[in-house]
Write a protein that binds this ligand. Structure first.
Ligand SMILES: CC(C)(COP(=O)(O)OP(=O)(O)OC[C@H]1O[C@@H](n2cnc3c(N)ncnc32)[C@H](O)[C@@H]1OP(=O)(O)O)[C@@H](O)C(=O)NCCC(=O)NCCS
Length: 200
């Protein structure tokens, strides 16, 4: 008998949080995301999380956020002056944050679907998009997805998460116990349809 596969893409709900945390702990290390933080992606208007389900099982998710240029320091764990200058001309910045797809569902286009949908959502609210990515071998995959979606690599920052990992005490899947010494690659795209140009 032919099996039917139902794929959905929706906003995160309270019922999804525990299962989403299992995926995050597994892929990024325990403590990288918390229940409280995920709750903010439901309650806070500037934060959005989209979830892909196949036959009602969460198989991937993406977190995103919109910030004002003056709030960029909150993301700039290093080189805050560079971030300030680089994004000074933006009215609102859409930030592509964590993306994850369960191992057995990788390479089926789910990461590309999540990124495409997230960029659509962020383009409605901002005129610049930023993504801060781990620079590690496996990340050729996320790099190729971001570049396919029009993002450009603008900077590489060494040991981006070092102090943050010590302060928050999270273990990186590559480095293990803190400190995390991974480098970050900064991706950016500026699009022409600025929110203030829209005629409603
Ligand atoms: C990054 C991630 C979300 C991608 O999800 P995915 O569903 O496998 O992505 P897709 O299937 O849409 O696309 C994968 C692309 O990478 C390509 N790819 C797969 N393995 C690759 C490799 N070793 N090197 C280069 N490209 C590779 C695929 O061919 C595909 O490209 P194409 O669509 O042009 O053919 C997923 O691998 C993941 O969860 N990784 C762990 C978490 C992570 O590192 N997240 C990023 C930091 S937040």
């Amino acid at each position: 008998m032919k099996s039917h596969c139902i794929k959905t893409i929706n906003l995160l709900t309270n019922n999804d949080i525990d299962n989403l945390l299992i995926i995050a702990d597994n892929l990024f290390g325990r403590g990288y995301l918390s229940k409280n933080e995920l709750q903010r992606y439901i309650d806070d208007k500037t934060k959005t999380c989209i979830v892909v389900k196949i036959n009602n099982e969460i198989v991937g998710f993406q977190l995103m956020q919109t910030i004002k240029p003056e709030e960029i320091a909150s993301l700039a764990l290093k080189e805050p002056q560079w971030f300030k200058k680089q994004f000074s001309s933006c009215n609102s910045i859409g930030v592509l944050k964590t993306i994850a797809v369960k191992d057995k569902f990788k390479n089926q286009g789910i990461g590309t679907l999540l990124t495409t949908e997230s960029i659509k959502i962020l383009n409605e609210k901002s005129n610049c998009i930023l993504s801060i990515c781990w620079d590690k071998k496996e990340n050729t995959v996320i790099s190729s997805i971001l570049e396919k979606c029009g993002m450009i690599q603008v900077r590489k920052i060494p040991e981006f998460w070092k102090n943050d990992s010590i302060e928050k005490n999270y273990s990186c899947n590559i480095c293990g116990e803190p400190p995390c010494t991974c480098n970050a690659i900064i991706y950016q795209s500026n699009h022409q349809n600025k929110p203030e140009d829209k005629k409603y």
